[in-house]
Design a protein around this ligand. Sequence first.
Ligand code: GLN
Ligand code: ZN
Length: 765
Amino acid sequence: MSISHVVGYPRIGADRELKRAVEAYWQGALSRESLEAAGRELRTRHWADQREAGLDLVTVGDFAFYDQVLDLSVTLGAVPARFAAETEVAAGEVDLDTTFRMARGRAPRGEPAAACEMTKYFDTNYHYLVPELHAGQSFRLASSRLFDQVAEAQALGHAVKVTLLGPLTWLWLGKARDEGFDRLSLLEALLPVYGELLARLAEQGVEWVQLEEPALVQDLPREWQQAYEAAYSVLGRAPVKLLLASYFGGLGDNLGLAVGLPVAGLHIDAVRAPEQLAAVLDRLPTYKVLSVGAIDGRNIWRADLALLRERLAQARIRLGQRLWIASSCSLLHVPVDLEREIELDPELKSWLAFARQKLDETVTLARLLGGSATQVDHERLEAATLALQARRDSPRIHRPEVADRLAGVEPLDHERASSYPKRALAQRRALDLPLFPTTTIGSFPQTDEIRAARRALKAGELSLEAYEARMREEIAYAVARQEALGLDMLVHGEPERNDMVEYFGERLDGYAFTRFGWVQSYGSRCVKPPVIVGDVSRPDPMTVRWSQYAQSLTDRPMKGMLTGPVTMLQWAFVRDDQPRETTCRQIALALRDEVRDLEAAGIRAIQIDEPALREGLPLRQGEWQAYLDWAVACFRLSAAGVRDETQIHTHMCYSEFNDIIDSIAALDADVITIETSRSNMELLDAFQDFAYPNDIGPGVYDIHSPNIPAVEWMVTLMEKAAERIPAERLWINPDCGLKTRRWEEVEPALANMVEAARQLRRRLG
Ligand code: GLN
Ligand code: ZN
């Protein structure tokens, strides 16, 4: 037989029980005991799911009330000093409320303090809490939660595999405040604590511990590669068997390193990087287990079991029982249970698999390879083959007119008619804007009333006509407020949009939506990404009516507002039967039609948001350029169909842009509004060596904070910007949309922003 397991399982629960329990606890509506009980109940159910599916090992250590990386930091005693004092309960244990304070800055017990930084886990949409590192840091075992959970699973009679992040990836994900600090210098102090932890697990009778080291699929500096050897030669002596887990990509130049480390087993991602299997097989020492991650932990498509069986047959012959079958990575990144989707049409449903279904796929694949397949397994194999055949042939997926149109796209379709300087002149004449024009990023506060109206529409309590009338009122209100504030380029405020991706996905062919397809994004927050099922096209205009109405209320230019093709792709589950690039081009063409329709309806400026451009970057730098090339081409394809006079804006946020600034310039948007206020114009460092050629609005008002930015502060920031970029090309704007703020905060902040623009015009004009 072949051992089957998963790298990890979602913990939120099929009904988002974890979210409810944790939030109730934060609000004081649930006791600590009840919260712990809710956690126990979820773990019990999830282990039972794994066992009942037939997995040989259940995974312990993937549970966390907030974030598993944070839990590990706490276990290692890496609790920043500002959370100290009252943090400890008996025997040096860090209290759960301290964990919550690290995550959110506050908890039912303990003093509030600045929360730890949160950022995306590799190229996923899951956010972890960044370990805070500093010189001379010491570590100690400071939590026994993991051991308790192991005991809990054992008491339920499960065969346990423990998982935790390995020491190098934990350090890799960490950050030091002090510049020039070498995170690796902490390894020596860290290893004894890992050693102690492994010894304790061994005492509990744990045989296998999975150490997750996804940093191995990235470009590692030489010292880090060497540190892997040093660290694992120590850890390899622990009295447990170690399964070194890589995922999210191929091992690449770290393959020899990973295969050679002195551990009992290696896990590889054979979904993202199937080609590495052969090389690993050739080099794997004969004493080692190879866990092949064959079931996709990053997407929701049903596995092609027949194909996988064929692909892995050779591995099975060569490895025999040393071949294990697994999910490619933790199933944390997919929704919990497809069976909940009772409203999803049966055809689409037959093409999908969520976490619960992926357990079955893993087990069946292992049994098919191991020669112990049952009747059920053969039925599953056959059902998968039939469903996939149907998917391949379905007219719902393949729409010849979309393919034809894509084939007809020419290089010139990516080019505006004239270059930026000529367009800028035409736009200046058409738009008649002052120096330092002021604008906002698109959304205005999404009030409770707006959300209530949308809920009422969905529930059938409000007619579509009444709902739309309500939204028009909101738009009229936002337009009047902006005119009163004296903003130069207005927006309609996006009240009619629930979400910037969902709104468009619902209006495009080729997209589908689930009811319960929640995936943890951070802490108690879950998202429900749309599914791009088939060829994408736009049956009807999506935003034109709203923008046209908003423009009818004012003489000032009204910006049309669209979500860009890369962001539409990035924030969805994307079909896996064609390159992502192709899907992105289809979306770009649909958006191109919308852009042109907006222009034809008299809209003189159109913003195409691409907040997710940077997060689509591949994990290996060598693959960046190829991605950026097609991402930029897709944006240009969506934008380039308009006249010189029509001003194309774009907006980006959430990230560092300095290293991709030339690609951002290559978008050739007339204006970019970009987040920078929190980093104190750090963005401008990029302009030291690179002269950004078009208009730019470096966000001067940090919308993530409820504070009202002072006029002087914004003036100073803009003066700094004006040292690098000619004043004629600078805009004044917030750093992101205002939908999460309240009007009481937005109005005084924008009033200050407009005043800052006036002062700048006087000083620099
Ligand atoms: N136009 C969007 C808004 O203002 C942009 C959101 C974003 O950048 N994430 O809400
Ligand atoms: Zn933004």
